[in-house]
Design a protein. Structure first.
Length: 349
């Protein structure tokens, strides 16, 4: 569901309040018989020009494998991003040697969606969604991607979104950290109860984000950090703001391996879930660093913390590993370690 923020034209002291604006789609199309092309090629856009303010880069559900290339250098464009997968087809976005900044606007002329980034597994449900409260959209850069490449494999039953390399910065884009009252929420695996899904960050990809929620809306919803260095403020899976008790989801897996390092100010998994929620770490050099609160609980289902083969969970703040709400928690160490560096810890059943 889309959320729009109405704004009224007027003057309040020295501040302007801006007229309501609705973003429109500027849709990618083939040139001749070819969907491949540069994002700067006006012929590929149905309006005859590259999307800009009050528009979206809109890639509809197209029955073709194709690649969209960015120009290299620094590219700044306020248009929001929508990518709709198609069952059985792959879309690749290649920003090699490109720094792409999606700015906000101080004067409201570039009003954004409340979800300026959204990637759909197919036209029916989203897989990757950046959600931001309305006030922040006027004054803060939305995202900064550098030397990036990602591929969406559309599917009605098992979609996958793969980040092959590069930096994906939703935390402090353009060098400016978000205010604490306007932090964006990045949602993985949103909105479908019958299709399993996967999001993969390969070695060489780096994610920076404020608040991440991994949603348990699929039979098996997996997020894999296959190497790379990642910095997150709040990491919760499933997303604790939604009650999943009535959904058909059976399992949510978050996996770190291949020397991946993920540093988070707080980690909370298994919250309010009545299904299986699993956090796995494998391999020498793989590390999860919880700089603040680390809470593993199970809601009404079962939560698993598994650390194996030289991996480490480093707990620097308050730690609670608990079976609560009628469920069960399992913590397993097989050649891995939990390192307690904080002053408060509680392991109980």
């Amino acid at each position: 569901m889309k959320t729009w923020f109405p704004v009224i034209m007027g003057v309040m002291g020295a501040r302007c309040v801006f007229a309501a604006a609705t973003l429109v789609n500027n849709s990618w199309q083939k040139v001749g018989s070819d969907y491949n092309g540069s994002i700067l090629d006006a012929a590929h856009w149905n309006k005859g020009y590259v999307p800009t303010a009050l528009e979206r880069f809109y890639f509809g559900s197209l029955s073709a494998d194709f690649q969209v290339d960015f120009p290299g250098g620094t590219y700044t464009n306020p248009a929001n991003f929508r990518l709709m997968g198609q069952d059985g087809y792959a879309v690749t976005v290649d920003g090699a040697n490109t720094k792409w900044v999606m700015p906000g606007s101080a004067d409201g002329t570039e009003l954004s969606d409340s979800d300026p980034w959204r990637i759909y597994a197919t036209s029916s449900y989203s897989l990757f969604n950046l959600s931001i409260s309305g006030a922040a959209l006027y004054s803060h850069a939305i995202s900064e991607l550098e030397n990036f490449k990602f591929t969406l494999n559309g599917s009605e039953s098992n979609p996958k979104l793969v980040f092959d390399g590069g930096t994906y910065n939703f935390r402090d884009p353009a060098g400016s950290a978000w205010e604490t009252t306007t932090k964006p929420l990045l949602l993985f695996g949103q909105g479908h109860a019958t299709a399993s899904s996967g999001i993969v960050f390969k070695n060489g990809a780096s994610l920076r984000a404020w608040d991440i929620g991994v949603q348990a809306c699929a039979p098996v919803n997996t997020v894999l950090f296959d190497g790379g260095t990642h910095y997150i403020e709040k990491f919760q899976f499933p997303d604790g703001s939604i009650d999943y008790n009535n959904l058909l989801a059976t399992r949510s897996d978050t996996v770190l391996t291949n020397g991946a390092t993920l540093s988070a100010a707080s980690v909370n998994f298994g919250h309010r879930a009545n299904k299986d929620v699993r956090l796995w770490l494998f391999g020498q050099g793989t590390e999860l660093i919880s700089r603040g609160q680390f809470q593993a609980c199970s809601g009404n289902g079962t939560s698993y913390l598994t650390v194996m083969d030289g991996a480490t969970v480093r707990l620097q703040g308050k730690t609670t590993i608990v079976s609560g709400g009628g469920g069960t928690n399992y913590t397993t160490l097989v050649g891995g370690q939990l390192v307690f560096e904080g002053s408060e810890s509680s392991l109980r059943r």
